[in-house]
Structures are given as structure tokens and as C-alpha cells.
Design a protein around this ligand. Structure first.
Ligand SMILES: C[S@@+](CC[C@H](N)C(=O)[O-])C[C@H]1O[C@@H](n2cnc3c(N)ncnc32)[C@H](O)[C@@H]1O
Length: 243
């Protein structure tokens, strides 16, 4: 069995508990460091991923691992759904999302809730679309998380997953490895209260079953018409599937 990568490797707590702790620790600097470390490119990738839903015009969307809400805000602005619900296991991240919702006067359109991707607090067949950005890599049990996303989607509904992947070609692979293994942990140490969080980032990406392996998992839990679209030479990938 492959080793489970957790944020704080010496602790007894489960991956889920450690992930929630870690995001609680970094919630206040999360948005700033995200945009800073990606030089703002994360915003372009989020837009590209949400655009995968443009033709579908979903009315009710669930954003899993919503964190501070940036993927959901992007979906609100591009797709203009009736409602988005965001779930996350980190109260700290959701508190920041809540502050942004109030500041942007979006309380009637976007609501967040504490909830686990592997046991979503919703009935089956309820959502037109489910989105996840940079979340699936952190799931304790990826297959269970994907199966539950499939469960809460309406038949014909679409899942859109955005996640880091591993570029394979020279020189992007080498540059990416250098940046991710040396630069991001350094910046994280400098600006965030939790230095482990930014060494966990490259470790969790390295251990994540990306590309064809992720598509195979989506197929296994019942998604149809699954696709993987690599962005920026494979630094990130958008995965889509229909229930
Ligand atoms: C890197 S952040 C991404 C946040 C947001 N989607 C974004 O695009 O900025 C990952 C989020 O996944 C959440 N998460 C991890 N495992 C989860 C689970 N099992 N269920 C729900 N949320 C989870 C974390 O608490 C964290 O807020």
C-alpha cells in the first residue's frame, strides 16, 4: 500500500484531522500566499475550470473543499447560478469565506457549511454541478470522496475538479520541481504561521494519482464521459465527468 502523505507526519491524528488543523492554521494568509506564489495564475486556472460549466448553466452548485470560497466566487461571477453551497472541514477557512460573502453582499447566493467530502451532508441527486479546486489531493479517502460527489449530483449533472498535476516534459518538469520543492516552502515559512503546510504541498502533489489515474478513479465510481485537460504543460489539470 502506498504511504499516506499527511501534513504533520509524526502525529497520531488522521489525515483528515491534520488537514483541517493545517488549514485552520493557515487560513488568514491562505488567499495572499495563493496569489503570490502562483503569480496570480491560479485565478486564470480557476476561470478556465469554471468555464467548463458554461454550456451547462447549472442552477444549484456544490463547491466541495470550498476553503475561503474563491472557486465558488468565480462560479458565481461566470455562471450566475441561483445558489452555491460550499462545504469544507476547516472552520477557519470557512470563517474567511463568510467574511468575504458578507463584504460582497452575496449571502443570498452563496452559503458555506462545515462538511466532509466523504460524507456530504446532502441527499442524493440534488445538485446540477459539483466543483472542487485544489481539494481532492487533501482527501483522506479519494475514492470515497469522488463516490459521494457522484451521489449528490443529479443524473446528467457535471463534476469539475481542478488540481495540481505533475508536468512531464523538459524543462517545465525541472523548473516546477525546483520552484515547488525549494521556493514555495521558503515563502510559506516566511509568511505563514505553519511552515509544514508548504512542504506538505509538493509532497501531496507528488503522491497524488493525477492524469489517467485520476480519470480511472472517476470512471470507477460511476462518472461517464470523463476527461482530463492539462493546463500550463501539466502543472494543473481540469477533470470533468458526468453522472
Ligand atoms: C487548498 S484548499 C482549496 C480551497 C479552495 N477550493 C480554493 O480553490 O482556494 C483545500 C481545502 O480542502 C479542504 N478539505 C480537505 N479535505 C477535505 C474533506 N475531506 N472534506 C471537505 N473539505 C476538505 C481543506 O480544509 C481546505 O480548505
Amino acid at each position: 500500500m502506498s504511504k499516506i502523505i499527511t501534513p504533520y507526519q509524526n502525529e497520531q491524528a488522521t489525515k483528515k484531522e491534520q488537514v483541517a488543523d493545517m488549514f485552520n492554521n493557515i487560513s488568514k494568509t491562505y488567499d495572499f500566499l495563493n496569489h503570490f506564489m502562483s503569480l496570480g495564475i491560479d485565478i486564470i486556472w480557476r476561470k478556465k475550470a469554471i468555464n467548463e460549466l458554461k454550456k451547462d448553466q447549472p442552477k444549484l452548485i456544490l463547491d466541495v473543499a470550498t476553503g475561503t470560497g474563491d472557486f465558488a466566487f468565480e462560479a458565481l461571477s461566470i455562471l450566475k447560478p441561483e445558489k452555491i453551497i460550499g462545504v469544507d472541514i476547516s472552520r477557519g477557512m470557512l470563517d474567511i469565506a463568510d467574511q468575504k460573502i458578507i463584504k460582497r453582499h452575496l449571502s443570498d447566493k452563496f452559503e458555506v457549511k462545515l462538511g466532509d467530502s466523504e460524507k456530504l451532508p446532502f441527499e442524493a441527486n440534488g445538485f446540477d454541478a459539483v466543483t472542487v479546486a485544489y481539494g481532492v489531493r487533501n482527501f483522506e479517502n479519494l475514492e470515497m470522496g469522488l463516490a459521494d460527489i457522484n451521489r449528490v449530483l443529479k443524473p446528467g449533472g457535471k463534476a469539475v475538479v481542478l488540481e495540481f498535476s505533475k508536468p512531464k516534459g523538459f524543462p517545465v518538469k525541472q523548473l516546477y520541481n525546483f520552484y515547488f520543492n525549494y521556493i514555495t516552502p521558503g515563502i510559506g515559512k516566511l509568511f505563514s504561521k505553519d511552515s509544514r503546510a508548504y512542504s506538505y504541498l509538493p509532497e501531496s502533489v507528488a503522491a497524488f494519482p493525477d492524469g489517467k489515474d485520476f480519470v480511472a478513479l472517476m470512471d470507477k465510481v460511476g462518472f461517464k464521459n470523463t476527461k482530463c485537460r492539462p493546463l500550463a504543460f501539466g502543472i494543473c489539470s481540469i477533470y470533468t465527468g458526468i453522472k
